[in-house]
Write a protein that binds this ligand. Structure first.
Ligand code: HEC
Ligand code: HEC
Ligand code: HEC
Ligand code: HEC
Ligand code: HEC
Length: 434
């Protein structure tokens, strides 16, 4: 009797305490590797290969950030947040029980989980509990869900899924909240949800897929460019389709795919950024030494920039020279290290520690101190006070620049300029005034 009770207690403890707790929801054996899908969906596989989704688990910036920032945390909520990263960056692993945290042993992570956000994670999805922190509901196995009502395959069954045609599926992960403090660390889906592209008018409505899964070389597919259908075959033995959704999943990252041999995706990220915004210069108050610059988000379906915007940098570089080429005014010009001057006009998010101080470490982010970004289809104006003086004819050159992370931060994380994020010119304007 005593032994039975003892065993019962042990079993209870194993299943109900941190010691034996598991997030295992599904059997690993029910998921198929990407190499299987590649056999018949070679075209889609090639697009997805080396995308930020396929690299989500191995991405060196993610790995370094999760190791460095999350070291030495002692506050319970901060530790909990630190352990949650794998949910989205290594989703099949997390959902099948291992890894449960970033510090788990790399050797013990199943090979399939290392392929990041992959085919069988998205295509066995049947819905989600809520649109944040990857609360996806899966039904792994022989049925693959997608946008076709009439698809027939031999190796697997198919099923039409409305969920796959909606922004919601992307919102499952593209809304990141601090697990303990509830701070909105990333809110791409909410930005889209509350923006003009989530319109009831079918002529104005554009989903995440409408831009990101129409994009391909030659078609940046933004809000300011055409987003034509992509006719072709979705599978080797399949029928010709009017539109096959592309799977490049290119955003703005012009470094990481290049480290994995995908110059194509780097070029696609640049093309996308070059079609995301416009600049205009207003010199009507120049006699009072005031310059106004307006930046408009013409291409992104969410804020510009979006995602992990406490490390992303989008800023204005303003250079004014007199007719002899002498520098009169400068703002936002990087120094020889690639660092930005303090007074740079930068569009980003700054997190706070709850006591009013700035924090870069997302595990410690208790509040949003400032959010200076540009909503979809909206403009933001900057009134700049120039140093007073009579300069005669002057040339004002303004550039909107972007890079995926502050170089200073990258240099703190890695030594010897190991990674240098390229600076991409999104828009440029230049005028001469008297
Ligand atoms: C991040 C989630 C995600 C990943 C990863 C993903 N897909 Fe998809 N896939 C989708 C969505 C969403 C659609 C439907 C888009 C629509 O119709 O709006 C789709 C559509 C498809 C279709 C239907 C035809 C088409 O192109 O519309 C096939 C086949 C397909 N995917 C195969 C794959 C394969 C193979 C992989 C891995 C190499 C993969 N997918 C990876 C989300 C994903
Ligand atoms: C033996 C070949 C073969 C393999 C292997 C294969 N598929 Fe398919 N799949 C097809 C064919 C054929 C279609 C039908 C295409 C069409 O109708 O345009 C299809 C359709 C699909 C669809 C569209 C379903 C719909 O109703 O919209 C998805 C999603 C899909 N496959 C995902 C996958 C995934 C994920 C894998 C790997 C786990 C995979 N497939 C492996 C042949 C295959
Ligand atoms: C399972 C979670 C998950 C789902 C579902 C998901 N994503 Fe992602 N996505 C990620 C993660 C994680 C990254 C970042 C990987 C990294 O940077 O290491 C990412 C990166 C991206 C990027 C590249 C961003 C850049 O910086 O260039 C784009 C674009 C993107 N996702 C679009 C989509 C779209 C569109 C959908 C819906 C069809 C979708 N995602 C669904 C997790 C997800
Ligand atoms: C109207 C077209 C459009 C729609 C709709 C759209 N995007 Fe984007 N997306 C863009 C453009 C253009 C960029 C590049 C500029 C930027 O970084 O914002 C981008 C960039 C991104 C990035 C990379 C951001 C960065 O700086 O790291 C992610 C992630 C992303 N999109 C996800 C999504 C998701 C998820 C949705 C749906 C909720 C979505 N997008 C809807 C056009 C669109
Ligand atoms: C709910 C899903 C989710 C969770 C949980 C999550 N991430 Fe991410 N992560 C994303 C998405 C989506 C992106 C891409 C957004 C973008 O492009 O800006 C991303 C991008 C990143 C990047 C940028 C990588 C690059 O190459 O630019 C870093 C770094 C990162 N995440 C670190 C973390 C850390 C550390 C944690 C845990 C504390 C974490 N993430 C938890 C979804 C998630």
């Amino acid at each position: 009797m005593k032994i039975k009770l003892f065993l019962l207690v042990i079993t209870f403890l194993m299943t109900h305490t941190a010691f034996g707790a598991s997030n295992k929801k599904y059997e690993l054996s029910k998921f198929a590797r990407v190499q299987i899908c590649k056999m018949c969906h070679g075209g889609i596989y090639k697009q997805w290969e080396n995308s930020m989704h396929s690299l989500a688990h191995v991405d060196p910036i993610y790995r370094k950030v999760s190791k460095t920032f999350l070291k030495g945390l002692t506050v319970a909520g901060e530790i909990e947040e630190a352990q949650s990263c794998v949910k989205c960056h290594t989703p099949i692993g997390f959902f099948t029980g291992y890894p449960t945290k970033t510090s788990d042993n790399e050797k013990d992570i199943p090979a399939i989980a290392k392929s990041g956000v992959q085919c069988d994670f998205c295509h066995t999805a049947i819905g989600h509990e809520h649109p944040y922190n990857n609360a996806m509901i899966l039904d792994p196995g022989v049925i693959k869900r997608g946008p076709y009502k009439d698809a027939k395959a031999s190796l697997h069954q198919t099923q039409y899924s409305k969920f796959h045609t909606e922004s919601k599926i992307c919102g499952t992960c593209h809304n990141v909240r601090h697990v303990a403090f509830d701070t909105k660390l990333e809110s791409t889906y909410d930005e889209w949800l509350n923006g003009p592209y989530n319109s009831d008018d079918p002529a104005l409505r554009v989903t995440c897929q409408g831009c990101h899964m129409h994009q391909r070389p030659g078609f940046p597919a933004t809000g300011s460019t055409e987003r034509p259908k992509n006719p072709g075959l979705a599978a080797v033995m399949g029928p010709k389709r009017k539109h096959v959704s592309t799977h490049y999943f290119v955003g703005a990252n012009a470094l990481i795919p290049g480290l994995h041999n995908s110059k194509l995706k780097v070029d696609m990220a640049k093309a996308r950024l070059k079609n995301a915004a416009t600049l205009s210069i207003d010199t009507s108050e120049i006699k009072k030494s005031i310059l106004t610059i307006a930046t408009k988000n013409t291409g992104a379906g969410h804020y510009l920039p979006t995602g992990l915007t406490n490390i992303r940098q989008m800023w204005l570089e303003i250079i004014i020279k007199n007719s002899k080429g002498k520098l009169i005014f400068s703002s936002g010009a990087v120094d020889k290290n690639g660092y930005l001057p303090k007074d740079t006009i930068i569009y980003n998010t700054v997190f706070g520690d709850g006591k009013g101080s700035k924090v870069v470490n997302i595990a410690k982010a208790k509040s949003i101190l400032s959010d200076k970004r540009i909503p979809p289809k909206k403009s933001v104006k900057e009134r700049i006070n120039l140093t007073k003086g009579n300069y005669g004819k002057a040339t004002i050159s303004v550039r909107l620049l972007y890079r995926s992370a502050s170089q200073k931060l990258i240099d703190q994380l890695f030594k010897d300029k190991k990674y240098v994020f390229p600076i991409i010119e999104m828009a440029q304007r230049s005028i001469t005034v008297d």
